[in-house]
Ligand binder design. Structure first.
Ligand code: NAP
Length: 512
């Protein structure tokens, strides 16, 4: 059949990196496969040739300058090809072992029927619906085969599903078995990034952002250049951002760069959390968590900034007054809560204007960001007026902080020193919208949009046309992150700030 003399590299699978990344390539024809393998070389220690993606399986595959894993996944186990059991058996029986740099990934249901070179066999189990109740029994079943490596890949429907995967890796380490264990999906990303440091034989990294072969698979380049996979070990301080959604965030670009520039052994991950209370109980609080990991700190974003307040042992007085926590520090057995949004919000204004005493400020929006902004501005003795569309949110917030308020409809900002957007208008699905027109903004001095993606919003364009000064949300994002970093590490990253800002603008422009 195929693969007479597939030439894979002579390098052993123990490549130069301390964490192995396998890049799967899934292409319809040989030319595309060849070119994908070439591109994968930059980040891959191994390349998985997904034979089920090819329209026709050829006699000979291209030479690959890395160890390879051959996979022929049937559609019912997440593959791209309808294959009967007999066809799968025939395929594997027809090829000869290819030497020590060619691995076979054989699904567990076939393993008993075949006699492969077990020293180069990965025996695998996939579940795309969830984490099966009998996960441990599945591991035991796979472990009864003589395969050199076991692989279990299941779907995480919630971040707490990662617990069983990490615990399975601990078990395999104790049993002296090589295991690849992955929780697929955005909620499982921690298993892909932290897996190798907890003993996973390898982690899979996508060829690029469009080429993931399984849900939640992280781009291989990001695994190495953003998450610095090779430096993660048992001692690594783990921090992350909890929110829903969270994958769009650029905070990993800030904190991971800061860990490197400040020489701190740390990593910062996105944690997609649906239920903050469950996450804190089962994965965060040192007294109740079911996972032994070196978690040091969390950033908190929507919709959890208020919910997490019920999960903490102590909350800073400012955060209590603001009514929201965006930063958690895990200190010994206690969880401490802070709000760095307010200080991050005010810092760029103070840098630009110095004192804000008696400045006339309009805030548009009545959500969490508006709350922190009002609190910080009142501290500076600014004269704040709140504008929002929903009177049921506008009036209570204005009353709470004892400020003026008015409806957003037909607002005019003539005579204001500062107009602040604290709504999502101008980002995401509202990208072409603006909370105010150039006519409404004419006669105000400066417009500050808290949105940082895109870097230049529709509102800021309108403001420029109205002759106003402008300020985007990126400086606030960096300033609040800087204060979080200091709470977790005792260090600040002000030295690398201008480079970080340049890098973030590039990241945001490349991935709008
Ligand atoms: P939030 O709690 O959901 O509040 C959003 C506010 O915007 C609500 O008052 C909402 O009004 C209002 N709003 C939504 N759609 C609107 C529309 N079509 N017209 C008028 N008002 C509308 O969100 P948040 O956490 O305060 O965040 C607000 C913005 O600030 C987001 O874009 C976020 O990215 C940005 N932000 C930036 C930073 C930074 O570091 N740069 C930090 C925090 C937040 P309703 O109640 O009527 O829906």
């Amino acid at each position: 059949m195929l693969l007479c003399g597939l030439n894979s590299t002579n390098e052993s699978v123990n490549h130069k990196h301390s964490a192995r990344i396998c890049v799967p390539v899934c292409e319809k024809d040989l030319d595309a496969l060849r070119s994908a393998c070439q591109r994968a070389l930059e980040w891959a220690d191994l390349i998985e040739l997904r034979l089920d993606c090819l329209a026709a399986i050829p006699e000979q595959l291209p030479d690959v300058a890395r160890p390879v894993i051959l996979t022929l996944r049937p559609a019912e186990q997440g593959g791209h090809r309808n294959l009967t059991r007999e066809e799968r058996q025939r395929f594997w029986s027809s090829i000869a072992p290819q030497g020590e740099t060619v691995w076979w990934d054989i699904e567990g249901d076939l393993a008993q029927d075949l006699a492969p070179d077990w020293s180069r066999t990965i025996v695998s189990h996939h579940d795309f619906s969830g984490v099966p109740d009998d996960l441990e029994q599945i591991y035991e079943r796979l472990a009864r085969t003589p395969a050199a490596v076991l692989k279990i890949s299941v779907q995480a429907n919630d971040i707490v599903d990662c617990i069983r995967i990490f615990n399975l890796l601990d078990r395999a380490r104790n049993d002296g078995r090589e295991l690849i264990a992955i929780a697929m999906g955005n909620a499982g990303i921690a298993t892909r990034i932290l897996g190798p440091s907890r003993g996973s034989f390898l982690t899979y990294g996508a060829l690029d952002d469009q080429s993931a072969t399984a849900p939640g698979q992280v781009n291989a380049r990001k695994l190495r250049s953003l998450y610095h996979l090779d430096t993660i070990d048992d001692e690594t301080m783990i921090c992350g951002l909890i929110g829903l959604p969270v994958m769009h965030s650029v905070s990993p670009h800030i904190h991971n760069a800061a860990f490197v520039s400040e020489g701190v052994n740390g990593v910062y991950l996105p944690f997609e959390v649906q239920n903050a209370e469950q996450f804190f109980k089962r994965m965060v609080h040192p007294r109740t968590r079911e996972l032994n990991w070196n978690l040091r700190g969390l950033s908190v974003t929507a919709p959890h900034k208020q919910a997490v307040m019920h999960c903490l042992d102590w909350i800073d007085a400012d955060a209590k007054e603001i009514g929201a926590v965006n930063t958690v520090v895990i200190e010994n057995e206690r969880l401490l809560g802070y709000n760095t949004d307010a200080a991050g919000f005010i810092e760029p204004l103070q840098k630009r204007f110095g004192s804000l005493t008696d400045a006339r400020v309009a805030i548009i929006g009545a959500g969490g960001a508006a709350r922190a902004a009002i609190w910080a501005l009142k501290r500076q003795s600014a004269n704040v007026t709140l504008f929002a569309r929903d009177p049921n949110r506008l009036r209570p917030l204005a009353d709470l902080f004892e400020i003026a308020c008015t409806s957003l409809a037909d607002a005019s900002f003539v005579g204001y020193d500062l107009v602040i957007n604290a709504t999502p208008l101008g980002s995401g699905t509202h990208i072409n919208e603006s909370p105010a027109t150039r006519e409404q903004l004419a006669g105000s001095r400066c417009v500050y949009d808290l949105i940082y993606n895109p870097v230049e919003t529709r509102l800021l364009l309108e403001a420029k046309e109205a002759g106003c000064e402008t300020l985007g949300g990126l400086e606030m994002l960096i300033a609040q992150a800087e204060k979080q970093f200091e709470l977790w590490t005792g260090k600040n990253f002000s030295e690398g700030l201008s480079q970080m800002k340049t890098d973030l603008v590039r990241v945001l422009r490349e991935n709008p």
